[in-house]
Design a protein around this ligand. Structure first.
Ligand SMILES: [Zn+2]
Length: 267
């Protein structure tokens, strides 16, 4: 009897072990690797939380492709292949070292599972609708990378701020806007479902960097004939919040979706 029970226990243990290994493997190799990493929230930026503690070096350990801004709201940040570029409000593009800090950034280990071609993109609205039509699950987050010849692009950057920091809605009237035609480059960005609109810009938040590293910014409008699009569905989200006195004292309930949309989209 004792021997029989032992044999059964061994069988049971083996079965359990195989089940857990199979479960772990699906987590490691399946969609759960497709993770969004974010530092701080868009409503914190809206409330003038322009200083963070996260270095670009640290951000690089969480992803290789992303966007954001720099401490003091010093321009637009683009992360491409683990390198960081700043587009200042004067339009200058500069590669940054890892010691600089960000108050808001989004990144992912980009690994596109879907590749499509977008054609005849007329403006940002059309761009958004055509991208969204390729999503299998509209309640998930997405990372997007597009490389190609862009017929027209309208980018903006924001001027560096000094303390006491004004809310973002008071900064965007002073943003600089750059328009370019026939420029080769990379568009990178993220899609956030509306339900998470206090965390990230709802809809598409896209930044641009030209191949010659002389143009870029936060995209307000775009137009192109045809370009290859890489899409990664993100079903996991790591959010790190600043542990600063400023952040502790901020009132993050004041921001509305309308404020965010007006500050981040074309007017
Ligand atoms: Zn942006």
């Amino acid at each position: 009897m004792k021997k029989k029970l032992t044999a059964f226990s061994v069988f049971l243990l083996t079965a359990l072990l195989f089940t857990s290994v199979a479960f772990a493997a699906s987590g490691r190799n399946g969609r759960y690797q497709d993770k969004l990493f974010q530092y701080s929230t868009i409503n914190a930026i809206m409330q003038g939380q322009y200083d963070g503690e996260m270095t670009l070096q640290e951000l690089n350990t969480h992803g290789n492709m992303g966007l954001g801004t720099l401490n003091g709201l010093d321009g637009e940040l683009i992360q491409l292949d683990n390198k960081f570029y700043q587009v200042s409000s004067n339009g200058q593009v500069k590669e940054l070292d890892g010691k600089m800090k960000t108050p808001f950034a989004v990144t992912t280990k980009f690994d596109a599972k879907k590749k499509v071609t977008l054609s005849n993109v007329k403006d940002f609205q059309d761009f958004s609708e055509k991208l969204k039509a390729n999503f299998d699950n509209k309640n998930h987050f997405y990372a997007i990378k597009i490389h190609g010849k862009i017929d027209y692009i309208k980018n903006r950057s924001v001027p560096k701020q000094t303390r006491p920091y004004p809310p973002f809605t008071e900064v965007t009237p002073h943003q600089t806007v750059f328009e370019d035609h026939d420029v080769e480059g990379t568009i990178i960005g993220f899609y956030t479902p509306n339900y998470a609109s206090t965390i990230q810009v709802p809809g598409f938040h896209m930044h641009f960097l030209s191949d010659d590293r002389t143009k870029g910014g936060h995209i307000l409008d775009v137009k192109f004939d045809s370009a290859a699009v890489e899409i990664q569905q993100l079903s996991e989200f790591d959010l790190v919040l600043p542990d600063t006195e400023d952040f502790a004292n901020a009132d993050l309930t004041k921001t509305t979706i309308k404020d965010i949309e007006e500050a981040e989209n074309d007017k």
